[in-house]
Design a protein around this ligand. Structure first.
Ligand code: ADP
Ligand code: MG
Length: 775
């Protein structure tokens, strides 16, 4: 060990000599100067000092002050300069993969190194890391997965958790795990980095840990709310915008539709009813009456962008939208505009969670004078990505937010109003390098009605994966552990998750992990998709199931541009025989794969309204899932040897059903249309993109679905039709491994009863595979 440490040390010395040379170069000097100018860098000594004295330290400062890029380096440098320098191992977690990637690249650049030397990153599907890497940026999920196999984080010297204020579910979970690990690892250091909003709750959670407050430099920002925008421009809102997303007419100041239930939405409505705009001109007042809080006004955004582009003041423009769909719709609109769509005048970029690293780099690039950079972003640009030359911000006031209705056990994903903190954060993005301007596309009274903070994610999502992880990390009883997290979820939500896991056979009666549950905890996906993979492997139809599960992990590959919806639906219909969106995906993917081998993948996608990015993503997820299945020893040979029944649609259907149960809805034919019902929701509808929405001949009495979304009514996004016998045999907990005998006998009994050939084959397969698996 001493020898290898020594060698490591010599290597690190060599590196630092190269670095010294770089640092002396003018480029290096300039970079160092820049780093020194950052407020976080100026607190270097205080940070090092505090970390040496305390096991937990909280660092809080305005976005852009240099927390993310500087603090990990400050720790790395102080360790390199200390005697035990070569042996430190710092892990810095990020809530999103895209920030882990871009930040590691930035930090390596700042150090004059290549990525993979001292600094590396690891996210799902990708990573750059060398033998010498001592500062690793990763997602919180990656660190959690590492804890599964390395409970004590042996060899890790520092864990830095970035953006803890965002309160993601992985982050909240990690905080509790770390809190319980610290007493067993007295030398381990934990550094929490947070925006200024709520550092105190972390300090009190960690028994009064010290908070280092980094002073920020912010420039003043001219702020315009909707009434100010209308007052100072010639733009007028018209009644055209009054039709809301649900096709209803919105009447400002006159009527409050009672369909909107969330607290914030009602607070906003109340604020609007009692708002007083009398200090503004009559024209503005009239115009405000036409404002529709339920939709984003693309015309107004286009108008503002034109105005800003004409200004002499240079600087990039950031537009906060809610998600990929409205970003791409707006982009299309702007590209058709004579000025905004002219690449010689405007560099139009998008910024969202699933963009590639190449797209990402463009965002940071400087543009030539005369070209205006416009970035259309989701709330990812709120805290984790800093665009340097940003001067103007346009804020739509909304973000797509996952919420969870424990009462109906239904997840929802809807654009909803952001919090005050988010709105201020968005505004603050413009005033970093110089005085900025921010345009909020809603009246001030709406801002006043926003909640102060957003609820932490753990309080607004289903908890199934989290519960599995708690069990597999041996953290004791689920509800016991969840009572020790920063903010405990409601007990109904916890019970729902436990009931679900029992129902699918992941937990036994006493809440212990079953063999299946053990597998599911090791698979990096929702339990239902994990179960599909496990069953696909056991029932020898792995190939289509890999495609389906990969497809459920990426953005819907079937694209459907608004104005070409019919053509897109027709294209999807070609793949749709079999009454299954999931089987349609398998066919589309297989076709793409053939085309791709002939280098015609793009053409194929274009012709069939498929997204080439999604297809490629499916391809890499398939590879990842295969190697995970191998790693957890669910398969031992190549995935291709698990395909005996891949062409038997009924076997695939059965596997889909086993994964998606209890996501099931009954189908009743009624006057040439389908009447669909689920137990929890009663009447439900199919999303218009589903193949089953266009063909009412569905031959089976059941649909299983992956996702239902509550908008106004409940919509099933994707579905597969299944027969009684498949549901009977595969809907529920097919326990794998222990206690097998009884269930298998039962299966045999059903089989004699139904005598379905496909099912009989399956029975044989299960029996054989299970026997092998148990041995
Ligand atoms: P914080 O984490 O406090 O929000 P960061 O450490 O992310 O701040 O950023 C500090 C500064 O480093 C930013 O103001 C920005 O100017 C610069 N910076 C960060 N990332 C990049 C990048 N990829 N390219 C160029 N400059 C960057
Ligand atoms: Mg940061």
């Amino acid at each position: 060990k001493a020898v290898s440490d020594n060698a490591l040390w010599r290597r690190s010395m060599k590196l630092s000599m190269e670095q010294q040379a770089w640092q002396k170069s003018s480029e290096g000097q300039k970079m160092l100067e820049f780093r020194r100018s950052l407020p976080a860098y100026k607190e270097k000594d205080a940070i090092v000092n505090s970390i040496s004295k305390n096991q937990v330290v909280i660092i809080s400062g305005e976005t852009g002050c240099g927390k993310t890029t500087q603090v990990p380096q400050i720790i790395l440098e102080s360790e390199i300069n200390s005697i035990r320098g070569a042996t430190c191992s710092i892990i810095c977690t990020q809530p999103r993969r895209i920030s882990a990637m871009s930040i590691s690249e930035r930090v390596a650049t700042e150090r004059g190194e290549k990525l993979g030397e001292n600094v590396g990153y690891k996210v799902r599907l990708e990573g750059v890391k060398g033998r010498n890497t001592r500062l690793l940026f990763c997602t919180s999920g990656i660190l959690l997965r590492r804890l599964l196999v390395d409970r004590d984080l042996k060899d890790v010297t520092h864990v830095i958790m970035d953006e803890v204020h965002e309160r993601g579910i992985d982050e909240d979970f990690l905080l509790t795990v770390m809190k319980e690990l610290l007493p067993f690892r007295p030398e381990l250091r934990l550094v929490l980095m947070s925006a200024t909003i709520n550092a105190e709750i972390f300090s009190s959670y960690f028994n009064g840990a010290p908070v280092i407050q980094i002073p920020g430099v912010t420039h003043p920002v001219d702020t315009y709310f909707l009434e100010n925008i209308l007052e100072s421009t010639r733009y007028r809102l018209t009644a055209d915008n009054q039709i809301d997303d649900y096709g209803q007419v919105w009447k400002f100041n006159k009527q409050i539709p009672n369909k909107r239930k969330s607290q914030i939405a009602s607070a906003v409505e109340e604020a609007l009813v009692s708002a007083d705009f009398s200090e503004y001109s009559q024209q503005t007042q009239d115009s405000l009456l036409c404002w529709n809080p339920d939709s984003i006004n693309f015309n107004l955004i286009e108008y503002l962008l034109c105005n800003l582009c004409e200004k002499d003041k240079p600087g990039a423009i950031l537009v906060f939208m809610t998600g990929w769909d409205d970003i791409s719709a707006l982009k299309e609109k702007l590209q058709a505009h004579s000025v905004l769509g002219d690449p010689n005048k405007v560099l139009l970029l998008t910024c969202h969670g699933s963009m590639s690293s190449a797209e990402q780099r463009l965002i940071f690039e400087k543009v030539d004078g005369g070209v205006r950079k416009i970035v259309l972003a989701t709330n990812i640009a709120e805290t984790s990505i800093t665009i340097d030359d940003l001067v103007f911000v346009i804020d739509c006031g909304k973000a797509k937010e996952a919420s969870y209705d424990a009462l109906n056990n239904t997840p929802c994903l809807l654009p909803s109003w952001i919090s005050k903190v988010s709105a201020k954060q968005r505004r603050g993005r413009s005033g970093r390098a110089q005085p900025g301007e921010c345009y909020h596309l809603y009246p001030r009274c709406v801002f006043d009605a926003f909640a102060d903070y957003q609820l932490p994610k753990i309080l607004r999502t289903p908890l199934q994966s989290l519960c599995l992880q708690i069990k597999s990390l041996n953290l004791g009883s689920i509800s016991g552990f969840l009572s020790r997290v920063l903010q405990s979820p409601e007990s109904l939500a916890v019970q729902n998750a436990i009931d679900y896991l029992k129902l699918i056979g992941a937990l036994d009666e006493n809440e212990n992990l079953t063999v299946l549950g053990g597998y599911l905890a090791m698979l990096p996906m929702e339990p239902k998709h994990g179960k599909m993979l496990v069953m696909g492997a056991i029932l020898n139809c792995l190939d289509p199931i890999l495609t389906i599960v990969a497809g459920l992990s990426v953005r819907d590959p079937f694209v459907s541009p608004l104005e070409m919806k019919e053509l897109a639906d027709a294209a999807k219909a070609q793949f749709s025989h079999g009454f299954s969106d999931h089987l349609a995906l398998v066919r589309a993917y297989n076709g793409w794969k053939v085309a791709e081998r002939k280098l015609a993948g793009y053409k194929y996608c274009w012709k069939n309204f498929l997204s080439p990015q999604s297809m490629k993503a499916i391809d890499s997820f398939r590879r990842e899932f295969q190697s995970v299945l191998k790693n957890i020893r669910l398969i031992d040979k190549n995935a291709s040897s698990y395909n005996t029944y891949s062409h038997d649609e009924n076997v695939v259907r059965a596997v889909i059903c086993s994964g998606l149960y209890p996501g099931i809805c009954s189908v009743v034919h009624k006057d040439n249309s389908l009447s669909l019902k689920t137990m929890e929701d009663g009447q439900v509808f199919l999303h218009s993109k589903s193949v089953n929405a266009h063909d009412s001949r569905v031959p089976y009495p059941w649909l299983v679905f992956n996702k239902k979304v509550k908008v106004n009514s409940v919509h099933l996004q994707d579905s597969t039709a299944v027969s009684d016998s498949i549901l009977f045999l595969f809907g529920g907990s097919i326990s794998i491994g222990d206690a097998q005998e009884g269930h298998m006998k039962m299966l045999g009994g059903y089989l004699e009863f139904f005598m379905e050939p496909a099912v009989a084959i399956m029975y044989q397969t299960i029996k054989r595979e299970l026997d092998e698996l148990i041995q």
